[in-house]
Design a protein around this ligand. Structure first.
Ligand code: EPU
Length: 315
């Protein structure tokens, strides 16, 4: 039986959250999340808010702690699949102005978690700072990028991060040198439980022409190899022995379909929404690929996409 998000409404919670935030933040009940994901799929959040300030965010966390409600942080939804059965508790998105700044300071760029990585690349180019060109083609926010240690074109976000600002589950704010923060390929364990608030990135002075040329080359490579239909970028992390896209290609699953979801014909590590895909369709396709990769090649594919929500009723 499907659990309706509305059924789980908590008495007076919307008002408590809004009152506690105290900064004009509004809270929406039973909020559709699909449109906030690049896959354009998935269920609803019991409660959703875009806090206006760090103090407001901290206050929202306090209310959720008191009421024992989980908090989910959504970036630009480019690596995020909310299950059809919905996301319990409060979902927050750090998209308001105070979280989305990009401020140049010499060879540094101070970026809020809500800043789009693409805009950071463009601002770095405007300031004639190299090393951020690869961010141009990653459709996420700095916050999501930090959490995932997002990467493309042979670089990853932590290559250019000097410091990270984050909030712990108690609502306290910290700023830490990136050198002290463990990070690996597509992973930053610290930010699984802490909320990224922003980062200082460091560029290297270069000419506008050289930076523009690299950005154009990266964009071209992406246009040539990656699908344009709605997707969450690569679905799986690359195993050590073979790129996941090549593996999916070799085991013949390009073009495989579940409902409205299809393995891209252009790149085997992308699942695209052909129209009307549910999170269940996408999950079934992910499972099919994982099963075949394991049976045929003995390889355990690990999903790169954050699958969030009530697990009991997604199929
Ligand atoms: N390949 C195939 N068939 C396919 C897809 C790829 O044979 O259907 C082969 C390619 O020919 C190439 C190799 O597999 O020899 C690797 O493919 P590609 O160059 O496209 O890179 P990738 O490893 O699949 C990674 C990142 C992408 C990033 C690109 C470009 C991962 C999981 N993926 O893809 O990141 O954009 O490099 O730098 O690390 C993402 O993480 O969401 C993402 C899109």
């Amino acid at each position: 039986m499907k659990t309706s998000a509305a059924v789980l409404a908590v008495e007076g919670l919307k008002e408590s959250l809004e009152g506690a935030a105290g900064d004009g933040t509004t809270v929406e009940r039973d909020c559709q999340l699909a449109e906030m994901t690049t896959l354009r799929a998935g269920g609803r959040a019991d409660y959703f808010a875009e806090p206006n300030t760090e103090a407001g965010l901290s206050a929202l966390l306090a209310v959720c702690r008191e009421r024992d409600l989980p908090v989910t942080v959504l970036g630009r939804g480019s690596n995020f699949l909310p299950l059809d059965s919905g996301v319990h508790g409060l979902t927050v998105r750090l998209s308001r102005e105070s979280f989305a700044c990009i401020e140049p300071d010499g060879s540094l760029l101070r970026c809020g978690a809500g800043a789009k990585m693409k805009n950071v690349a463009v601002e770095a180019k405007r300031c004639r700072l190299a090393r951020a060109e690869f961010l141009e083609g990653i459709p996420g926010s700095i916050g999501g990028g930090l959490r995932m240690n997002a990467g493309a074109m042979g670089s990853e976000l932590f290559d250019v991060v000097e410091t990270v600002r984050f909030m712990d589950p108690e609502g306290a704010v910290f700023e830490m040198s990136a050198e002290l923060i463990e990070h690996q390929y597509r992973s930053c364990p610290l930010l699984k439980n802490q909320i990224a608030l922003g980062a200082v990135l460091k560029g290297e002075p270069d000419t506008a022409e050289a930076i523009a040329a690299r950005m154009a080359e990266f964009a071209q490579r992406r246009w040539d190899n990656q699908p344009k239909a709605p997707s969450a970028g690569c679905i799986f992390k690359n195993p050590e022995t073979i790129p996941a896209g090549k593996l999916v290609d070799e085991i013949g699953l390009k073009g495989a379909i579940e409902g409205g979801a299809m393995v891209s014909e252009e790149h085997g590590n992308f699942i695209v929404n052909k129209g009307g895909a549910t999170a269940g369709d996408i999950l079934r396709l992910i499972e099919r690929i994982r099963e075949r990769a394991l049976i045929e090649r003995g390889i355990e594919l690990e999903s790169e996409v954050q699958i969030i929500g009530r697990k009991e009723s997604h199929d």
